[in-house]
Design a protein around this ligand. Structure first.
Ligand SMILES: C[S@@+](CC[C@H](N)C(=O)[O-])C[C@H]1O[C@@H](n2cnc3c(N)ncnc32)[C@H](O)[C@@H]1O
Length: 344
């Protein structure tokens, strides 16, 4: 596992796995069986800095059995057989990611205590109990992954829509250094090259960007891992990010072997627990550009006149801040006048 351990100037240990540090507040959305979250947590040795979320619902199973009732017994046996089998990637990595060697869990719980929060990360402190039966139904390792994440102090949220993060009661007030959505996919509604299907996927990613950008710290990053070959390249996620005022800062190869224990999941349909072929894929990193603008502004200020004091730049920022307050007060005043006039 490519894990790097560093010490900060105060001697505190910081652990890195690829782009993610134990010092980051990390939000994961659209998780499948939570194996990516677990991979990060295992690398850090803790998950107190992780909020892992999923959208999953129970509806698909109800629909599935109503429509296919005549074949349900036959299908039930196939599903049972699939879920009893460890996913392929898990078998590849189980020596690294499964130190406790917990065997697949045969019994489904009715509920799981799914949200526990440890303090000390600068984030809100909350503690919910969320039902997670549907996840346990869908993914053979979800229960185990949730249990280990819970023990490591992760916050686990269920029923979180990536396109509604701003409105989520627990998330809306939190801020993150990394927001991760691995392989967003709006579901299997037809051929992947069908323009309607592509539009659905694009709407999902656009909605995610629009919401995630509000939950970032100024130097935070949104990471989307995505296939870069056709028809997935037709989603044009860089353009979607630009629409949402996000800047692509880096595009790096995504390699599943860098994330031991991670099992990429199809996520919907009756084969939801199966992996999909990854092929060529990248992690796209986006920022809101606030930090970039500040840095460019500072460099421009310093290079304009040699020997300028650095504090002058802070004075300029303070003046700009003051001006924006005055401007918003003026706008508010004008708005109130307009409302007054309309009421008369
Ligand atoms: C291809 S799967 C990838 C799952 C997981 N991220 C992984 O890498 O294994 C796509 C996931 O996106 C989720 N999803 C679809 N629409 C969503 C939405 N509006 N909000 C959150 N998740 C969503 C699905 O439930 C599914 O788990």
């Amino acid at each position: 596992m490519a894990v790097l351990v560093q010490s900060d100037p105060w001697g505190r240990e910081e652990i890195w796995i690829k782009h993610y540090s134990s010092a980051h507040n990390i939000l994961l959305v659209g998780e499948g069986d939570f194996s990516f979250s677990l991979c990060l947590a295992m690398a850090f040795g803790s998950a107190t800095n992780i909020v892992a979320t999923t959208l999953d619902s129970y509806g698909i199973y109800i629909l599935f059995f109503i429509i296919l009732f005549p074949f349900s017994i036959l299908l039930f046996h196939s599903i049972a057989e699939i879920s009893a089998r460890p996913p392929r990637h898990w078998r590849d990595h189980r020596d690294i990611t499964d130190p406790t060697a917990i065997s697949p869990l045969p019994i489904r719980p009715t509920t799981i205590p799914a949200l526990a929060w440890n303090d000390g990360t600068g984030m809100a402190n909350f503690n919910f109990v969320e039902p997670a039966d549907d996840l346990i139904e869908k993914y053979s390792y979800a229960r185990r992954n949730l249990a280990i994440l819970g023990m490591l102090g992760a916050s686990l949220l269920h029923g979180v829509d990536a396109t509604q993060l701003k409105n989520h009661p627990a998330l809306s007030t939190m801020r993150f250094h990394r927001i991760i959505y691995n392989f967003p996919h709006a579901g299997f509604y037809g051929r992947e090259d069908d323009p309607y299907v592509i539009m659905r996927h694009r709407n999902l990613v656009r909605g995610f960007f629009m919401n995630a950008r509000s939950l970032l710290w100024p130097d935070g990053e949104i990471h989307v891992s995505h296939k870069i070959t056709a028809p997935f390249s037709y989603w044009k996620i860089e353009d979607l990010a630009t629409e949402c005022s996000l800047i692509l800062t880096e595009q790096v190869d995504f390699r599943i072997r860098h994330y031991p224990g991670y099992n990429n999941k199809r996520g919907s349909g009756f084969r939801c627990d199966e992996p999909f072929p990854l092929g060529y894929c990248s992690t796209f990193k986006f920022t809101t550009g606030t930090t970039t603008s500040l840095r460019v502004g500072f460099e421009t200020y310093m290079s304009a006149v040699l020997g300028r004091p650095e504090s002058g730049y802070i004075d300029i920022l303070q003046q700009l801040h003051h001006l924006s307050i005055v401007r918003s007060q003026r706008l508010r005043h004008m708005l109130l006048l307009l409302v007054d006039q309309q009421l008369k």
